[in-house]
Design a protein around this ligand. Structure first.
Ligand code: NAD
Ligand code: FE2
Length: 394
């Protein structure tokens, strides 16, 4: 077997108060990439105050939208070319941090070609000629603060597509995971982003690239999500639950940035891009159907998870995997989440007319290769229709 790597940022600060690390930063000028919601919550102001103590000037680009587009990335890169930062700070949810990663590429290489960037591992040219990157997440979900991915939505095609880098070049230099920031998330965003964490750890655990280094972390993350997500959802002021979910998100990142993901993500990316379904929610909807499809290849791995999470002591791995589907559905209920694509208001005729392209794009998605069972286009179409109508995949 080929050798494997385990690559994460060298400097990771976490826990209450970790934002203060910024006071120790060395540099001249920072561009903070964020959105209007974070501005409203006062996050950039707080970051700027710490940077000031470190003697670093800073300016804010706050025009990132949910699932950022190529146009937004280009706009932010122009902003950077004007301000010439030596630090870029992605501050916000996955959308802000990923947009910042994209801007970083075009700041360093204004003539970079979009299609080159999506070539796994070699597509992104060498960065850090002009600036280094700090990621400060304000949601507990994507873990992009430690990952090699930057998801940028291409809205110039139908159906819309989420393209993403798979390049250690865009892994941030520093991640700061202070639970103070995600503590302001309303219950709906807490649930969606928290479910993303469960999907990351589960897909990492059943990935063809899973290893001795990622397995124990993935199992621990699954335990943490089932224990702490309902608490963070029920009471946003529960400081311990907020801290545990922020750590769980970060830890899940350690796993999937080294194993890649699976077809929960590949299928969720397509419906997220085309129908505007939030990333974590799209994952949550797809998850039970994909587990049912993957069971033929990975029942023992799903069974490990259910044993780690509950007091379940089933006899066969298939029983364990079926139990895991029950656990997922129970968690969805506790978090009052929609469970089908139909419930998201997606028109059936429109969905069916795009089904072939959605399925083909899911197969081409970079998250598909490590999935434990190789799907055909027809398999994905079937999974999509089951997820649309809420029917078990058999
Ligand atoms: N790069 C990666 O490794 C990776 C992994 C998974 C997902 N993603 C991508 O990340 C994006 C999703 O990121 P996300 O799930 O963090 O959501 P998001 O960044 O889109 O944010 C969702 C909403 O929450 C708001 N928000 C953010 N922080 C808040 C806070 N503390 N309080 C209140 N509101 C807050 C945002 O303004 C936004 O309106 C998607 O585009 C997805 O494809 C990237
Ligand atoms: Fe995700």
């Amino acid at each position: 077997m080929a050798y494997q790597g385990f690559r994460i940022p060298r400097d990771i600060f976490f826990g209450w108060g970790s934002l203060e690390y910024l006071k120790e930063l060395e540099g001249k000028k920072a561009v903070i990439v964020t959105d209007k919601v974070c501005v409203g919550l006062g996050f950039p102001e707080k970051v700027q105050a710490y940077l000031k103590e470190a003697g670093i000037d800073s300016v804010v680009f706050s025009e990132v939208e949910t699932d950022p587009s190529r146009q937004t990335v280009k706009k932010g890169a122009e902003f950077m070319l004007k301000h010439e930062p030596d630090w870029i700070i992605g501050l916000g949810g996955g959308s802000c941090i990923d947009a910042g990663k994209g801007m970083w590429i075009f700041y360093e290489y204004p003539d970079a070609n979009w299609d080159d960037l999506w070539v796994p591992f070699t597509g992104v040219p060498k960065l850090r000629n002009k600036a280094k990157y700090i990621a400060i997440p304000s949601t507990s979900g994507t873990a992009t603060e430690v990952t090699l991915a930057a998801v940028i939505t291409n809205r110039d095609v139908v159906p819309n597509v989420k393209d993403f880098t798979l390049s250690y070049e865009v892994t941030p230099d520093i991640a700061i995971c202070d639970p103070e920031l995600p503590s302001t998330m309303p219950p709906r965003i807490t649930a969606n982003t928290g479910f993303d964490v469960l999907v990351h750890a589960t897909e990492a655990y059943v990935s063809r690239n899973a290893s001795d280094l990622t397995d124990p972390i993935a199992l621990r993350v699954c335990q943490m999500v089932f224990e702490w997500l309902p608490k963070a959802y029920a009471n946003g002021d529960d400081r311990l639950a907020r801290e545990k979910m922020h750590n769980a998100s970060l830890m899940a990142g350690f796993t999937f940035t080294n194993t890649a993901l699976g077809i929960v993500h590949s299928t969720a990316h397509q419906i997220g891009a085309e129908y505007g379904i939030p990333h974590g929610l799209a994952n949550a909807i797809m998850m039970p159907y994909v587990v049912q499809f993957n069971m033929a290849a990975a029942a023992d791995r799903y069974s490990d998870i259910v044993k780690a999470v509950g007091d379940y002591d089933g006899q066969t791995s298939i029983e364990g995997a079926l139990k895991f589907v029950e656990y997922i559905r129970d968690l969805q209920k506790v978090l009052s989440m929609p469970t089908t694509i139909k419930q998201m208001g997606v028109d059936e005729a429109d969905f069916k007319s795009k089904l072939e392209m959605l399925a083909k794009n899911a197969i081409a998605d970079g998250s598909t290769p490590p999935n434990p069972r190789t799907p055909s286009v027809d398999d994905i179409k079937n999974i999509y229709m089951c997820a649309y109508n809420g029917i078990d995949v058999i």
